[in-house]
Design a protein. Sequence first.
Length: 61
Amino acid sequence: MIIDCRDCELHETEHCEDCFVMALLAPRNRPVVIDPEEEEAFTNLQDAGLAPPLKFRRRAG
């Protein structure tokens, strides 16, 4: 999975503060690459309530 916050419809809103990507990975204006094993681990953390949810929503267009 590749996440570029600049492509998110919620970018630079109050939702960024508690999004998984910003809270734990803190990208510096560059895409974040999450491999399948990491994605599974992150999902487990989120399901257990130990990490915030991923709020990424790709902009239409």
